[in-house]
Design a protein. Structure first.
Lengths: 498, 92
């Protein structure tokens, strides 16, 4: 158990921004809330290494238009919110959930997140929840909404044993809202521009307060849109925290012309890694920030960052025989084991924090270093460099190891047939890892090893199967000992001043 | 007379549950309005419901055959201003 009130240089290594080496932003929350989220991959950074989630696409209709959304949601290849392959009826959805739960014991959470707005499809959404409460009582239910219909659906929502709700709140200022939401559908009319945005904001804030009053945990999602709401989101963070939201997830805008969204077609850019991180850090003064969101599809299945949806198509699910009572026994055993592993890793990183704080007493404190990690789950370094679809980014400093975010990449090596043809992919990966000074992976080939070294990133395969935070801390200590974490010398800036 | 859904419909389902006459049904390649059932929401709502929630400009025609949501009406940007707005957005 970590105590948040201990002094900055105290034995637990607590710093102001995060506690010890716990990159989990929830470490300081009351025990009751931590217990609610400890196995929820979308709410707890540590849990997302061990537990999986799924979304069922039962809610197609939407009551607002967002400029980052294209209502033509049917696509197999895009991975972003609001996209699905097949729409399900509540009965089909329940069957799919049971099939996934029986086959993926780490799946603890079922969310409804579209592809439209769940609360704009109350019959389909609540029928699904009702049936699942009866047939799969061991699965947590959540819902993600734009908030417009939240106040009017709150009673029905509370009837379904839902203890997590996510509201997407991009602004609390209707002038900014008018730049993001061209219209809403409200009281049987379309309401455009600022007036519509104002109603949406009012309903979101009212819904947030109502949920908090009923003891439901609320996460707020915000899409960072450069030049539109990027400066404003610190204000949003402050307001939603004041109202009782317990976690804020600032996500980068996804906008490509081929997505057919207004922003994509008009050439609105998304934020850079640095802009996103800087904003998340600014908001973190006010609020618990979530940094591990993978912005998944409205029909995603599996661990965050992976999608096993193709294994559970309607056709395949129909053919499966499911003994759910038996599956519940297996699931409970697996989940208990995962929680024990998590607790052990937490214990280990607690010890790590003490060790790290001991290197802080030098004349000049070593500077923080960004490291990229290849992991396929379980909270340990266990993935081959060339097999990674994403790298987790950690910042190690004299006081703690903290999780910063993830960077998506195309795997350098997609198996024997394409191996060695991945030069373009390797270049893109190097670009994605900009700012990192080390890569921790289970194994790495000669060619990428050299390429990484050439751009000043140290490849490391020494910590295979070691818990991530422990490995990052250990490598950081090595780098400090080698003098590589000394404050940057002025050599690189000399040409500028000359 | 009736409203009509045409080819640029993206099958998003938004209109279907709103129709007071249950005149809209899912079909391929796109949703359809049963002309014999459509009441144009007359006496039910001030605005025709399908056309008030449809997110696609031009996907629903009014009884006169005109786009219920003409170009620029849903993005809020009239077509002649598109180049200017695009330049502003790209400068962000």
């Amino acid at each position: 158990m970590v105590v948040s009130s201990s002094s900055e240089l105290g034995g637990s290594g607590c710093s102001a921004s995060g506690c010890g080496s716990h990159s989990d932003a929830l470490a300081h929350l009351p025990e009751a809330i931590r217990r609610k989220v400890q196995d929820h991959p979308c709410y707890s950074e540590q849990a997302h290494h061990h537990f999986a989630r799924m979304h069922v696409a039962v809610a197609p209709a939407c009551n607002i238009q967002c400029h980052y959304c294209n209502r033509k949601y049917d696509c197999a290849n895009e991975s972003r919110p609001g996209v699905v392959s097949e729409l399900l009826t509540p009965d089909q959805a329940v069957r799919k959930v049971l099939a996934v739960a029986a086959n993926i014991p780490q799946m603890t959470v079922l969310g409804i997140a579209g592809p439209g707005d769940p609360l704009a499809n109350p019959e389909r959404t609540f029928a699904t929840f009702r049936k699942l409460t009866e047939q799969a009582p061991d699965i947590k239910l959540c819902v993600s909404t734009n908030g417009l219909a939240l106040p009017q659906q709150i009673d029905e929502l509370c009837r379904h044993n839902i203890d997590h709700v996510t509201i997407t709140i991009n602004c609390v200022d209707p002038d900014i809202g008018a730049e993001i939401y061209p219209w809403i559908f409200w009281n049987n009319r379309r309401i455009k521009g600022r007036k519509g945005a104002q109603i949406l904001i009012e309903q979101q804030q009212k819904g947030l307060a109502l949920l908090v009053a009923r003891g439901i945990l609320v996460k707020v999602n915000s899409v960072m849109i450069p030049g539109v709401n990027d400066q404003h989101l610190t204000e949003v963070s402050r307001v939603v925290k004041e109202k009782g939201a317990f976690l804020h997830n600032v996500m980068p805008l996804i906008a490509e012309p081929e997505h057919g969204t207004f922003y994509g077609v008009m050439g609105q850019r998304g934020p850079t890694h640095d802009e996103l991180q800087a904003l998340q850090d600014r908001c973190a003064g006010d609020m618990n920030m979530m940094r591990h969101c993978r912005q998944c599809r409205a029909d995603a299945v599996g661990m965050l960052g992976e999608d096993r949806g193709a294994e559970f198509t309607l056709e395949r699910v129909e053919e499966m025989t499911i003994d759910y009572p038996a599956a519940m026994v297996t699931r409970a055993a697996y989940q208990q084991q995962a929680l024990a592993t998590l607790a052990a890793q937490r214990q280990k990183s607690g010890e790590q924090a003490i060790a790290l704080s001991s290197i802080g007493g030098r004349k000049a404190a070593p500077r923080p270093i960004l490291m990229a990690v290849a992991s396929s789950g379980g909270g340990v370094i266990n993935q081959h460099f060339g097999h990674a679809h994403e790298f987790l980014i950690y910042e190690a400093s004299a006081t703690d190891v903290r999780f910063i975010g993830h960077r998506k990449v195309d795997p350098y090596c997609e198996g024997s047939s394409t191996c060695g043809e991945g030069e373009g992919a390797l270049q893109r990966t190097l670009h994605a890892l900009q700012g990192c000074e080390a890569v921790l992976c289970a194994k790495i080939g000669y060619e990428p090893w050299e390429a990484l070294e050439q751009v000043g990133i140290t490849p490391n395969g020494e910590y295979a199967m070691v818990p991530i935070e422990q490995a990052v801390a250990a490598l950081y200590r090595e780098m400090v000992a080698q003098g590589r974490a000394d404050q940057r010398t002025t050599t690189t800036t000399l040409p500028l001043s000359a | 007379m009736a409203y009509q859904i045409v080819a640029c419909c993206v099958n998003c389902w938004a209109c279907e549950p709103l129709c007071p006459s249950r005149a809209i049904h899912a079909a391929q390649p796109h949703f359809l309005i049963d002309a014999t059932r459509c009441s144009e929401c007359d006496g039910e709502f001030a605005d025709p419901q399908c056309a008030s929630i449809c997110p696609i400009e031009g996907a629903i025609l009014d009884p006169e055959g005109n786009a219920a949501n003409p170009p620029g009406s849903l993005t809020g940007i009239p077509p002649h201003r598109l180049p200017t707005v695009r330049a502003q957005i790209q400068a962000r």
